[in-house]
Structure formats: structure tokens, C-alpha cells
Design a protein around this ligand. Structure first.
Ligand SMILES: Cc1ncc(COP(=O)(O)O)c(C=O)c1O
Length: 363
């Protein structure tokens, strides 16, 4: 058997311990003689998996009791519609969006189907470097039903390292590529959502953490499965949920606890990201980042080769060295190393070594 270092942006590397546990439990989960994927979602076995996953998520993220934790089928893109459908109302269809990259752009496009969307701020480009708009530059609508932003843009590798403060207006965050990378204060948000396939398991579900008062009647035409109320009232089991995806998330959450929680993971993540950005900056005549240092993403390190024509060879040789999936997003180009929680520090060390060596050989 061989395992490589997988820098995929998502679906992404999983903790090896989690994969091994899933393998061990595949045919006979906890002595029941069946896989957990073979049993009813309403039976005691799966219900215990669901309850434990929720309890662990609440513990790891310190989710207060006035927030629901929902496991919603579909990807984070489903939330691009669910957020406006549920947070706009017949009397207020205005919302603010902060547009900082591909994913927030998609969120805006979807929200426009349902409401009047104000793009209150956008990424800035100055002398070839991208940065995020500071809060005093946001042109917020005081009547907005909510403000939506993307703390980490996975494609551009650009991250807010601060949380906006907007008194009286719910803040909605697409944390798909940053959830579980560090501790957060859940009370600063009205809604947090995150597709599971990066830091919380395999693809198939989206975790939604939503404050009680925001679980309310949606726009009248909202389908049952797009209503937060449906998922909250039925404890994420209105219909048959992707049970195996929830089981895998449960294993990852237990792994996070076992690692020592988010403070420990944040330290490790910061160290990993610093090693890569240091390597890029120290070899500035060969590699470069197009994001200002204070906005660089911890989970998705995007970089470019100054001689762009060498990118293909760089990726080929990296793959031969067991460093896989370093190609940048198909729209953006360049290179991207996604270094989620499950990427061991040894993987980053190997990548840094390879990058230094490649730069030396090709300079
Ligand atoms: C920040 C962010 N939002 C939304 C999405 C879309 O997620 P999905 O493909 O699960 O719909 C992604 C996917 O990578 C993402 O990184």
C-alpha cells in the first residue's frame, strides 16, 4: 500500500487514523454485524452516531446552547440559496455581501435570485497584490437582513484574520475551507456554514450552525429541504440524510478532540503555513504569492512560479516525488497547496524541500 501527500483543495486528505477506523468498522460496526451505512437513519445505531457527532462538534467549537447544529445534505453551494431563502423575508429582501473571490461571487449570484443584493465591498488589487477590504471601507446597508462573507476564499488563498463586527445585523459566514482550522467565537455569527469535504470529513453534507432566532419561516416558495426549520425540527433527519458522510464527520470530530482540540491544531496549522510562505518569500526570485502577507490563507497556500512556463514541469516532478494535487484552481491557474488539519507537518516539510530543490535546479 502507498500513501502520498495529498494537497487537494477538496475533497481533501483525511486523517489516516480515521480512514483506518472506518476500514475496521466497515463490515461490522460496533458488533452489530452490519456496516453503519446499512442501517436505518432512524434506528438507535445511526441516531447514536448523529448525536455523538453533534455533541463533539459543539464541544470542539464551543457552540452555545442557543444555536442549532444541523447536518444538511448537499454542498456549501446549497447554502448560497438556503441563506437568502431563510433569512430574507417578504418584508425585507435586502442583504449585504462581501465579494472577495470565486465562492463569494457565486453566493452573490445565487442570492440575487431571491433578493436585492448589495455588494458592500470587494477585494482590492494594488501593484499585483490582492488584499481584503477593511471594515470601515464596507458600504453597508443599515436595513440589510444579514451580511454574508467568506472568511477564507479557497481559490484565491485569501483569508480574513479578523471577524467583522456589525451590531444588530446577523453575520453569515461561509467557513467551508476554514472551519476547524482554529478556535472561533460562535456568538459573533448568526449563521456559520461549511461543506464537510475539507476539514470535517468526506463530501455530502454541510454543517450549519445557526442561532435560534434565525430559524424562522422562510420565503413562502422555499422547498421543504431548503428550510432550516425543517432540519432543526427533525434533528437533521427529515428525509434520509447521507448517513455515511455524517458517520465520517463524526470520526473526524473525535480525531480533532483526540489531537487536543482547535488550539493545538491552530498552532500546528500556523507553523505549516509559515513554513510554506517563508519558502515562497525566501525564493522570491523564483516563486511568488499574489496576496499581501496579512491576508494570506492558512489552509490554502496559493503561489506562482515567476517563469510560468515551468509550472507544468514543477507539478509533474512534484507528483513523481509523491506530492500530489498541487495544481491551482482550474480558473485561477498557478499552484495551490491545501494544508488542512489532516496534512501532516512532514508533508509540508517534504514540499518545502522539493520547492527549494526545484528552484535551485531551475534557476
Ligand atoms: C469557500 C467555499 N464555499 C463554497 C464551496 C462550494 O462547496 P460545494 O462544492 O460543497 O458546494 C467551496 C468549495 O470548494 C468553497 O471552498
Amino acid at each position: 500500500m502507498k500513501r502520498v501527500f495529498n494537497f487537494s483543495a477538496g475533497p481533501a486528505v483525511m486523517p489516516e487514523e480515521v480512514l483506518r477506523q472506518a476500514q475496521e468498522e466497515m463490515l461490522d460496526w460496533h458488533g452489530i454485524g452490519m456496516s453503519i451505512m446499512e442501517v436505518s437513519h432512524r434506528g438507535p445505531e445511526f441516531q447514536s452516531v448523529l448525536e455523538q457527532a453533534e455533541a463533539d462538534l459543539r464541544e470542539v467549537l464551543k457552540v452555545p446552547s442557543n444555536y442549532h447544529v444541523l447536518f444538511v445534505p448537499g454542498g456549501a453551494s446549497t447554502q448560497f440559496a438556503m441563506v437568502p431563502l431563510n433569512l430574507l423575508s417578504e418584508t425585507n429582501k435586502e442583504a449585504d455581501y462581501i465579494e472577495t473571490g470565486l465562492w463569494s461571487q457565486k453566493a452573490v449570484q445565487e442570492a440575487k435570485r431571491y433578493g436585492v443584493i448589495n455588494v458592500a465591498a470587494q477585494t482590492k488589487l494594488h501593484e499585483g497584490l490582492y488584499s481584503l477590504p477593511l471594515q470601515h471601507e464596507w458600504r453597508l446597508n443599515p436595513k440589510a437582513a444579514y451580511v454574508h462573507y467568506t472568511p477564507n476564499e479557497t481559490v484565491g488563498g485569501i483569508e480574513f484574520h479578523w471577524v467583522p463586527k456589525i451590531p444588530g445585523i446577523p453575520l453569515v459566514a461561509d467557513m467551508t475551507s476554514s472551519i476547524m482550522s482554529k478556535p472561533i467565537d460562535v456568538t459573533q455569527f448568526g449563521v456559520i456554514y461549511a461543506g464537510s469535504q475539507k476539514n470535517v470529513g468526506q463530501a455530502g453534507i454541510t454543517i450549519v450552525i445557526i442561532r435560534d432566532d434565525l430559524v424562522r419561516d422562510p420565503l413562502w416558495h422555499t422547498p421543504m429541504l431548503y428550510r432550516y426549520k425543517t432540519h432543526a425540527e427533525h434533528h437533521s433527519c427529515y428525509n434520509t440524510p447521507p448517513t455515511y458522510a455524517i458517520y465520517m464527520s463524526g470520526l473526524v470530530l473525535a480525531w480533532i478532540k483526540q489531537q487536543g482540540g482547535l488550539t493545538v491544531l491552530e498552532e500546528r496549522n500556523k507553523r505549516k503555513a509559515k513554513k510554506l510562505y517563508d519558502c515562497i518569500d525566501e525564493h522570491g526570485d523564483f516563486y511568488f504569492s499574489n496576496v499581501v502577507p496579512e491576508c494570506r490563507a492558512m489552509m490554502n497556500v496559493v503561489f506562482w512560479l515567476r517563469r510560468e512556463e515551468l509550472t507544468k514541469e514543477f507539478l509533474t516532478q512534484a507528483a513523481q516525488a509523491g506530492l500530489m494535487n498541487l495544481r491551482g484552481h482550474r480558473i485561477a491557474g498557478g499552484c495551490r497547496a491545501s494544508i488542512y488539519n489532516a496534512m501532516p507537518e512532514a508533508g509540508v516539510d517534504r514540499l518545502v524541500e522539493f520547492m527549494e530543490d526545484f528552484a535551485k535546479r531551475c534557476s
